[in-house]
Design a protein around this ligand. Structure first.
Ligand code: NDX
Length: 256
């Protein structure tokens, strides 16, 4: 049966950190080519409806850790912290896999990016799940540790912002519409990338709660991946809408 190999966790986390830097260097100037940053819209080949695409892409991030958790023998019962943290991760991806895609009104998603996105989700789902289920060791009172409680609070806050902002974006369109409008309400009052801000807060909260290298590597990846994307969205809005709110920032309220 599977065992903890600390060297594997270190290697996979380092590679995730390196992927984050690669992502940053590739997409600081040029955004990832999906959604509003895709130019050739009238080429339906090589594209999947947004619903299928997001479902397929995010599914491994739910399935892999959930299976690792369910199939571990003997089941890991102690400490509570590990199971709880693994469930938090699965909870987010349950939302992203089974709820978000069924409501999205997004444009068809490029197959090529879907492929890499799926690979990424398998990789990260395995790393986070494997670490929490086979490697992590917490004292029995971890649930009352300030890192666990403050991290959990940030995670929940970020998730709330992320889900609320996803909802506000969806409501900008009627079914079948693919046009872009100025997002209003919630944290969009302050930033163009409110959904991204929520997601980043969420994964840094998760990293603090788990106090682990893999989770910090993933939070860093998230920052490098959707941080620049928030900036590109912001520029797109400024370019497209002359009446775009002047005081709105790109990602961090009142700051940037
Ligand atoms: N999926 C994370 N890199 C990514 C897919 C692409 O979950 O090879 C990262 C994720 C992947 C990427 C993923 C990782 C890196 C990859 C990349 C592809 C290449 C790249 C693999 C896995 C790669 C290397 C080489 C380094 C390995 O029509 P539309 O779609 O634009 O409609 C949008 C709509 N909308 C509006 N509607 C009306 N008016 C407006 N003004 C609108 N603005 C937007 O709202 C969508 O339907 C919806 C949301 O759009 P948008 O653009 O704001 O968010 P989106 O980027 O689609 O993300 C959706 C959610 C969001 O909550 C976000 O926080 C979360 O997913 N997310 C997204 C990306 C990554 C991630 C989380 C994470 O890292 N944690």
């Amino acid at each position: 049966s599977m065992q903890c190999v600390p060297g594997l966790v270190l290697a996979l986390s380092s590679l995730l950190g390196a992927l984050a830097l690669l992502q940053l260097s590739l997409h600081l100037r040029v955004p990832s080519r999906y959604g509003k940053h895709e130019e050739r819209l009238c080429r339906p080949r090589g594209r999947l409806p947004a619903r299928c695409a997001w479902f397929l892409q995010e599914l491994p991030s739910f399935l892999v850790p959930a299976l690792l958790l369910a199939l571990r023998s003997p089941p890991r019962l102690e400490p509570l912290g590990c199971r709880l943290l693994c469930c938090l991760f699965c909870w987010h991806y349950f939302y992203r896999t089974f709820i978000y895609p069924f409501f999205t009104r997004g444009r068809p998603f490029p197959l090529q990016l879907l492929f890499f996105g799926m690979l990424f989700c398998i990789y990260n789902g395995f790393l986070q799940g494997y670490y929490l289920i086979y490697c992590a060791e917490y004292p029995n009172d971890w649930c009352t540790d300030i890192r666990f409680t403050s991290g959990l609070l940030l995670f929940l806050l970020g998730m709330g912002i992320n889900i609320h902002s996803d909802l506000l974006l969806r409501q900008l369109r009627k079914p079948g519409e693919v046009t872009y409008k100025i997002p209003q309400g919630g944290l969009f009052t302050y930033v163009s990338g409110a959904n991204y801000f929520g997601e980043i807060v969420e994964w840094f909260g998760f990293a603090i709660a788990t106090w682990s290298l893999p989770a910090f590597a993933f939070a860093f990846f998230t920052l490098c991946c959707i941080g620049p994307r928030a900036y590109h969205h912001h520029r797109y809005y400024l370019k497209t809408f002359t009446d775009y709110p002047k005081s709105r920032k790109a990602l961090i309220p009142f700051v940037f």
